[in-house]
Design a protein around this ligand. Structure first.
Ligand SMILES: C[S@@+](CC[C@H](N)C(=O)[O-])C[C@H]1O[C@@H](n2cnc3c(N)ncnc32)[C@H](O)[C@@H]1O
Length: 238
């Protein structure tokens, strides 16, 4: 059985061979790994993840511990800490965190995105980052509550309607939104993150967006287009 057959079986998807229609989402195993072709009427083309080129590679080159994302998860210089990125998506924030020295567990509930992430990690991530990163396909609401040893920090970036205006980011985020929908259960996810025993939960929101329903953050960190709401838990949770 080929790799494509096995993946089709795992995803409970139809195996199409060469006869892929253009009116549906189609996963294809090309020369450069797995890619997702979107329905023609969306006009969004193909989603290929790469950590070696494009926006993620650019962000990895810019990354510094004092940048807002590093501060949001509480990075201290020289220390390695475990962060659960409970909304993995395109894996960009997670790779920046890994590049800053964190050990990162990425949780993604959409099986197609989990497959693309694992594939991009194997094919395109620098080896020193690959060994610090793990992708788990799960719903983070139950995953977080099942952890025997909580991470230092949980990072959340649930889907939000208005995102960055850059053309490239926009296309990939639009495909992601078409595929996974709106994350209407973000406040339940925040509740699970706050209850899992982690000392810190950081939530990324577009600048000016309302808080996620639920607890109030301890403080917020402002970046040009983004705000990080930081929730600190008492030390007894460690
Ligand atoms: C806005 S995207 C995250 C983008 C990501 N921060 C990045 O840098 O690429 C949100 C992602 O979180 C996933 N997600 C939302 N709620 C989830 C949950 N409860 N468990 C696992 N994944 C979840 C969605 O499927 C989607 O892929």
């Amino acid at each position: 059985m080929t790799q494509a057959h096995t993946v089709a079986q795992d995803l409970h998807a139809r195996f199409l061979g060469e006869s892929a229609p253009s009116s549906d989402y189609v996963l294809e195993l090309g020369k450069e790994g797995w890619e997702l072709n979107t329905p023609q009427e969306l006009g969004l083309g193909t989603l290929k993840l790469s950590f070696a080129q494009g926006p993620t590679a650019w962000r990895l080159r810019q990354a510094g511990r004092r940048q807002p994302l590093g501060r949001a998860v509480g990075l201290k210089s020289g220390a390695t800490q475990h962060v659960v990125d409970a909304t993995a998506g395109l894996g960009r924030d997670a790779m920046v965190l890994a590049n800053l020295g964190c050990r990162v567990t990425l949780i993604e509930r959409n099986p197609v995105m989990a497959l693309l992430l694992r594939d991009a990690l194997l094919r395109t991530a620098p080896p020193e980052l690959r060994e610090r990163v793990q992708v788990i396909e799960a719903d983070a609401r139950s995953y977080l509550l099942s952890l025997a040893v909580p991470p230092k920090a949980v990072y959340l970036d649930p889907m939000y309607p208005e995102r960055s205006k850059s053309a490239l980011v926009k296309k990939e985020m639009r495909i992601l939104r078409e595929l996974v929908g709106k994350d209407p259960d973000a406040s339940e996810l925040l509740g699970a993150a706050l209850a899992c025993g982690a000392r810190r939960v950081a939530v990324k929101r577009p600048r000016g967006a309302p808080l996620i329903d639920g607890a109030s953050p301890t403080h917020s960190i402002q970046a040009p287009n983004t705000r990080y709401d930081v929730y600190l838990r008492p030390a007894s949770h460690e």
